[in-house]
Design a protein around this ligand. Structure first.
Ligand code: NI
Length: 253
């Protein structure tokens, strides 16, 4: 069975067919899904879906791209939702200097606050790091007790080694199937098989040959095939390993 550890089924892209898509995805062999929220509204929706489907889990948090929706009320709601029995992580949180580098200091404060929230609640983090590698690493170094995954990992192999040494997992998504994936494939080569997670980031990041279309968890088979090729394993073995890794990190039985 496949474990998609990062899919935004709360996204408006699924408004027309959210429930039929989830049921089709589950019937096709996707046994577990985590939906990370990006603000209070989407976190609430992820928890709602998790209450509805036994195979569905939520993470809650405020994404750096959604800084404008961050206020005391939104944060109070995140603090409440994180205690929900089907909330398995704090995320999607982190730093994003690609979309907006004008609020770096505010992003860092919010990232630190949510790392502390994860530690207080003994939950792993789902970290978004886009064009902010050094700052993400510097912040994470300040919290040796923090654990979790660097989602859709895009840093260097050097940084990956340090994160791995500190116990972090790395998430691999559709982009590993792209032509320009050299750097991500180097990281995959050095990543131990017990630290690899597979993610779609649905509705985004569709793998080749579906690039540009709406993504869903069924398309993880292309990501699994790529990992199998790089690690010289069978796709079944990759599916089994990433299933176990996800359950271990997120504490799911
Ligand atoms: Ni995401």
């Amino acid at each position: 069975m496949i474990f998609d550890t990062h899919a935004h089924y709360d996204s408006g892209a699924f408004n027309a067919d959210r429930f039929t898509t989830l049921e089709a995805v589950h019937a096709a062999g996707v046994g577990l899904i985590i939906d990370p929220g990006c603000d209070a509204r989407s976190s609430r929706m992820a928890v709602g879906l998790a209450e509805h489907y036994p195979f569905f889990y939520a993470a809650v948090g405020i994404h750096p791209e959604d800084m404008d929706k961050y206020d005391l009320e939104a944060y109070a709601e995140i603090c409440e939702l994180v205690q929900h029995p089907k909330c398995v992580a704090v995320g999607e949180v982190g730093l994003d200097y690609y979309w907006d580098a004008s609020q770096k200091e505010e992003q860092k404060i919010l990232f630190r606050r949510q790392i502390e929230l994860a530690i207080e609640n003994d939950k792993p983090l789902i970290v978004h790091d886009r064009e902010a590698h050094q700052d993400c690493l510097d912040i994470v170094r300040d919290y040796p007790e923090a654990r979790g995954v660097f989602h859709c990992y895009s840093g260097s192999a050097e940084m990956a080694k340090e994160l791995l040494k500190r116990g972090w997992y790395l998430g691999f998504d559709g982009p590993i199937t792209y032509k320009n994936a050299r750097k991500a494939l180097e990281v995959l080569e050095i990543c131990p098989t017990d630290r690899i997670l597979i993610e779609t980031d649905s509705p985004y990041l569709s793998p080749v040959p579906l690039r540009g279309k709406r993504n869903d968890s069924r398309n993880l088979r292309y990501v699994i095939e790529k990992i199998a090729e790089v690690k010289a394993l069978s796709p079944e073995e990759v599916e089994r390993l990433t299933w176990e890794n996800g359950k271990r990190l997120f504490g799911i039985d």
